[in-house]
Design a protein around this ligand. Structure first.
Ligand code: UN1
Length: 512
């Protein structure tokens, strides 16, 4: 059956050919070949999006800088009100946007809706935050002096996002940045450019309804060369980038060279430790969702299971059975659990990884492969696979963005934690246990070295209220909840002398 989302595209203001550069309500055109966005669901062309030229980038930054001058003087709670209105519009368009996310990216419709829900949640969070951009006050060592700190906006924030969360990651960044008084320029993934245009249309409406200047929310499109214009640009004090470790190292180096700030959210190699006391009935769905959800294309996807030897065979059998129940196909059809990979390149990477596992000596217990025939015409549907593997193998050390799960055995919890931490990435981790000592050890300084450590839930599906991000080659950045907002602001320490003398700090004498 033909998939028709034309009504949703219309609701989101999308056309066959869309301009790709915008400062809000102003869209810039040019005659460069646009990006064609094909759906991995059925291979159909969804629409085209214009590519930003260097001249248009220049115009965009100038508009953003100009808007910043006005936006930074708008009281933070008033900025919060704009974000509140944005959240309201997202609620109205949740189904249409969720469907576009599902169709352009390939994740299940449920997960598409979940992604839009994350946008709504972060808007709510940001509205509250707009009255809580707190600094501390300190007691001065000098008499009749007062010390305090305040947070000021940074300026233009660049956001580079990935295809796998084509709308939520932008929202995490931009909703916080806006209440902090920053203006944003967003470069979405060239694999999901229509999601970018759809979001820009929504915020542009809010900005116009409130008579706000062009430049508070800007969109640019293209490949890494367009992103590079931002990373090299001294007028962009913060670049927040989500994507591969390879990309993150280039961004960090380029932004670091000009001593700018970068917020990096890079690859994960997330593991679940299944201990002897684990409640398997509860854990199996968590493990399977973690491994196959979003077709293994979350940075938080479960890639490794570290299983206690006493349970190993039992867990293995239960997993094999659970994988037999999985329905793979059109993600807009709600009876399917898993949709396609993003594109053909990704399918090739998946196949090459499976070959490598076998060549390394891995024992594949759930075979992979590419689906063919009716309903699979895009060529992007693959079988989630499981292999018994060794943590030290290069392929296991590497993040393959596909549904391949590696399982391994352990004897002592110390050994399990060592395996869990024995990768270059440090994003998410979990332990399945009903034993308080095991749980506390896992969460202690001797435990997981990741930015996220969970007990009795999987590695993926974090809520927006916590700080999101990871250590080591995951890049160290934190987005979303807790005090992640601080990276979008500059801190200023203020000392005020309200007395009639000038005592120096540290008791230094300087008599004239
Ligand atoms: C990502 O894959 O880049 O925790 C973000 C999760 C989601 C976000 C993932 N809330 O799985």
């Amino acid at each position: 059956s033909q998939i028709d989302i034309s009504q949703d595209l219309k609701t989101l203001g999308l056309k066959e050919i869309n301009h790709g550069t915008s400062t809000g309500n102003q869209w810039m055109e040019n005659d460069v070949d646009p990006i064609s966005s094909h759906s991995p669901v059925d291979g159909a062309l969804i629409g085209k999006v214009g590519v930003t030229t260097p001249e248009q980038y220049e115009q965009t930054v100038q508009a953003a800088q100009k808007a910043f001058k006005e936006w930074r003087t708008t009281p933070a709670p008033k900025r919060g009100e704009i974000v509140r209105q944005f959240g309201e519009k997202l609620r109205e368009k949740k189904e249409a946007l969720g469907k576009l996310v599902s169709y352009e990216m390939g994740k299940s419709y449920q997960e598409g809706l979940g992604e839009v829900q994350e946008m709504i949640d972060i808007c709510d969070f940001a509205v509250g935050l707009s009255r809580q951009l707190h600094g501390l006050t300190m007691h001065s060592e000098r008499p009749n002096h007062r010390m305090y700190e305040q947070y000021h906006p940074l300026g233009v924030v660049g956001i580079i996002s990935a295809f796998n969360f084509p709308v939520a990651v932008w929202a995490w960044n931009t909703a916080l940045a806006w209440v902090c008084g920053d203006v944003c320029i967003w470069k979405p993934s060239e694999k999901t450019p229509l999601c970018g245009v759809a979001c820009q249309n929504i915020i542009a409406e809010v900005l116009a309804e409130n008579n706000l200047p062009e430049g508070i929310s800007c969109l640019i499109n293209g490949d890494y060369k367009i992103g590079e214009l931002m990373t090299q640009d001294g007028r962009v004090p913060l670049v927040s980038a989500t994507g591969s470790i390879r990309m993150g190292k280039i961004v960090a180096e380029t932004v670091g060279k000009r001593l700018g700030k970068s917020l990096l959210e890079l690859g994960g190699n997330n593991a679940i430790i299944i201990t002897e006391s684990a409640d398997l009935e509860m854990c199996i769905p968590a493990m399977v969702f973690g491994a196959v959800g979003t077709c293994g294309q979350r940075c938080t996807s479960t890639r490794r299971l570290i299983i206690h030897e006493s349970l190993y065979d039992k867990v293995k059998n239960q997993l094999v059975n659970a994988y037999k129940q999985l329905r793979i196909g059109n993600p807009l059809d709600e009876k399917n659990h898993v949709g396609p990979l993003i594109d053909q390149d990704s399918v090739n990477t998946y196949l090459a990884a499976l070959e490598k596992v076998k060549a390394s000596g891995g024992n594949v217990i759930v075979e992979g492969g590419v689906f063919e025939g009716e309903g699979y015409e895009s060529g992007c549907y693959v079988k989630p696979a499981i292999a018994e593997a060794d943590n030290s193998w290069e392929i296991v050390q590497h993040e393959t963005f596909a549904p391949i799960l590696y399982i391994m055995k352990y004897k002592t919890l110390d050994e399990a934690i060592e395996i869990q931490n024995g990768v270059v990435q440090g994003l998410s981790s979990a332990i399945m246990t009903n034993n308080m000592r095991e749980m506390e050890l896992f969460l202690s300084t001797q435990g997981s070295d990741c930015g996220i450590a969970n007990v009795n839930i999987g590695t993926s599906g974090a809520e927006i209220g916590g700080a999101f991000g990871g250590e080591k080659e995951t890049g160290g950045g934190r987005e979303s909840g807790s005090d992640a907002w601080k990276v979008y602001m500059r801190r200023q320490t203020n000392t005020i002398n309200y007395g009639n003398d000038l005592p120096l700090a540290q008791g230094i004498k300087f008599d004239l």
